[in-house]
Write a protein that binds this ligand. Structure first.
Ligand code: UDP
Length: 456
């Protein structure tokens, strides 16, 4: 197909929340649109943009301000103060950005905004530009918050068991954590619920999931939001159908020499427990000690990501590199999960980690920390059946013996084999979701492409 000149190509502005779990999938989706001929400008906050090292050169970068350009969000003092300032300064500077681009030859045809920024849709509409909301959490979690928005579910929770259309019955331990901090501080739950305040005005509602995973909810929600589309899994094709050459794991960090992969290379197939809790979760000293002792005392190999800010919590004398274990401050998680030496993933169940493990067919042990992670853990264990939720004691700590038991269940027992085969099934369906025919059909069916962006 003939390539259009830069200015005649449709131009999409992709506005991402400042966080690894938001930038990564939105960048992957941007690459998918680019391949359909759409020109992309990625926008995030000025402070966060300083960490972005590995955005493909074809994607332009612009910034807005959250009001904390120099020191970052912690300067706000509280989540509520950050959210309030982000909304005020973010919408002002986003308005300025659209104005600037409109005056230049860089006219914007469509804004794809992280649903955490509902104000971005209001600004977009002031300019008469098309706006698509991109949901970075899973459809069960979105559904829960949407029901709070509708008033059909209240915080604090009144019922012991929560029944919502098309969702499994949920116990309190399966619900997003902000229901339980609501009385003390309603701002976090409000922040997630407000995503849906103006969503009816969006020209498109996109979610980083795939149809087979969330079939029932997707069919149900499409009756309410006819412009809803599941457009995931947004991970590089290198880890799915391998259709595109050089489709690297672009993200925040670049890995020159991959110590983890070298270390994994000589380990037997399915023999290593990979342990990582994403970019935000922080555990207390007691939990870190229990984890460390479990891994040290377990028979198998382990690869453990302990972020630099958490390293001081490791027990004194804990060795970071031995024959059976390696501790690193960060890794290319997708490369690690794709490695055949990995037998199971001990995870906090952030949505990206959840999707990544489903796409790469790795069973899990869930240790959710906060936010949507308990809900994801419930889905993994009881709906998609690819893992176990590690039991906690009265102090909310997963003890070493309990975790050792979970590891044995997955790595050595029949139950583990079943979970592995379920995980492989989800992997096959994920590949199918983005495979040649499926993906092109998706683009055709849903008109995710340059012409349609103009016609939305
Ligand atoms: N990640 C990574 N290397 C690590 C840990 C995490 O590349 O050592 C990536 C991971 O692949 C995922 C993202 O960071 O894409 C974390 O997102 P998630 O939603 O799982 O958790 P969050 O960080 O938002 O809690």
């Amino acid at each position: 197909m003939e390539k259009k000149s830069i200015t005649s190509r449709a131009h999409c502005l992709v506005l991402a929340f400042p966080g690894q779990g938001h930038i990564n999938p939105m960048l992957q989706f941007s690459k998918l649109l680019e391949r359909q001929g759409v020109r992309i400008t990625l926008v995030t906050t000025r402070f966060y943009s300083k960490n972005l090292q590995n955005v493909p050169p074809s994607i332009a970068l612009e910034t807005i301000s959250d009001g904390f350009d120099e020191v970052g969000p912690q300067e706000a003092g509280s989540p509520k103060a950050y959210i309030d300032r982000l909304c005020q300064v973010g919408s002002e500077t986003f308005h300025e950005l659209l104005e600037k681009l409109g005056k230049s030859r860089n006219h914007v045809d469509c804004v794809i905004y992280d649903s955490f920024f509902p104000w971005a849709l209001d600004v977009t509409k002031r300019f008469g530009i098309l706006g698509a909301s991109y949901l970075t959490q899973n459809m069960t979690v979105n559904n829960i918050y949407y029901h709070v928005h509708l008033g059909t579910l209240q915080a604090p929770l009144k019922e012991h068991e929560i029944s919502l259309p098309k969702l499994p019955k949920l116990q309190h331990e399966d619900m997003p954590s902000f229901f339980f901090t609501y009385e003390e501080d309603p701002s976090m739950l409000d922040f997630f619920v407000v995503q849906f305040s103006n969503i009816d005005k969006a020209d498109w509602i996109l979610c980083n999931t795939y149809y087979e995973l969330d079939k029932e909810i997707v069919d149900w929600i499409m009756e309410i939001w006819p412009k809803f589309r599941s457009i995931g899994p947004n991970i590089p094709s290198l880890f799915l159908d391998k259709r595109y050459e050089n489709d690297q794991d672009y993200g925040v960090t670049e890995f020159k020499r991959d110590e983890c992969i070298e270390w994994l290379d000589d380990k037997p197939k399915g023999s290593v427990v990979y342990v990582s809790f994403g970019s935000i979760a922080t555990f207390g000293d007691e939990q870190m000690e229990e984890l460390a002792c479990c891994l040290k005392e377990s028979l198998g190999y382990f690869l453990w990501v302990v972020r630099a800010s958490e390293e001081t919590k490791l027990p004194k004398g804990f060795e970071k590199k031995t024959k059976k274990g390696l501790v690193v401050t960060w890794c290319s998680q997708l490369k690690v999960l794709a490695h055949e030496a990995i037998g199971c993933f001990v995870t906090h169940c952030g949505w990206n980690s959840t999707l990544e493990t489903l796409c790469l067919g790795v069973p899990i042990i869930a240790i959710p920390f906060w936010s949507d992670q308990s809900t994801n853990a419930k889905l993994m264990a009881d709906v998609w059946k690819i893992g176990i939720r590690a039991p906690i004691d009265d102090n909310k700590v997963v003890r070493r013996e309990a975790l050792k038991h979970c590891i044995r269940e997955i790595m050595e027992n029949e139950k583990g084999k079943e979970m592995k085969s379920n995980a492989i099934r989800w992997k096959t369906l994920a590949v199918k979701a983005v495979s040649d025919d499926e993906c092109h059909a998706l683009v055709r069916r849903h008109h995710v492409g340059p012409a349609s962006i103009r016609n939305w």
